[in-house]
Design a protein around this ligand. Structure first.
Ligand code: ZN
Length: 140
């Protein structure tokens, strides 16, 4: 069965995601794009989040991809903001029902090559950019 959310064959997306996180935590060359991997995967799998959580995640992806903000800069922004780190909404989904119904995407996590850190980082960036472009057309 294909993943109902990102469309990856045989639900391989979750397995791949788990493998990538291990790789990113053990090799800094791969870990350089950790923020993008997590954020992009979350945007494609909206059943894990509340509606506001998904919108937050998509905004974050835009900040990474378009505005080229680093994770440390975004952490700084959050800690400086008035409600320092205290979200006023629930991030996690209470129902497990997807926020968006899209299941056809230009790219999925399966398009990311792992043979070298260079290829990996380039492909995660391309995947993130493609997902943002797809996600920006969705009205929620
Ligand atoms: Zn998936």
């Amino acid at each position: 069965m294909n993943c109902p959310e990102c469309g990856a064959p045989e639900n391989l997306c979750q397995t791949r995601f788990d493998e990538f996180l291990v790789l990113e935590f053990t090799d800094p060359g791969y870990g350089a794009v950790h923020n993008l991997t997590v954020c992009t995967f979350m945007v494609q799998h909206s059943s894990r989040m509340s509606r506001q959580g998904w919108i937050y995640e998509r905004d974050l992806l835009r900040e990474f991809v378009v505005e080229k903000k680093s994770p440390s800069l975004i952490r700084q922004q959050i800690s400086k903001s008035v409600d320092s780190g205290k979200r006023t909404f629930t991030f996690k989904s209470k129902t497990g029902v997807p926020v968006i119904t899209k299941s056809a995407w230009a790219k999925t996590i399966l398009d990311v090559r792992v043979e070298s850190a260079e290829a990996y980082c380039a492909d995660v960036n391309a995947w993130a950019k493609a997902v943002l472009e797809d996600a920006e057309t969705i009205a929620v």
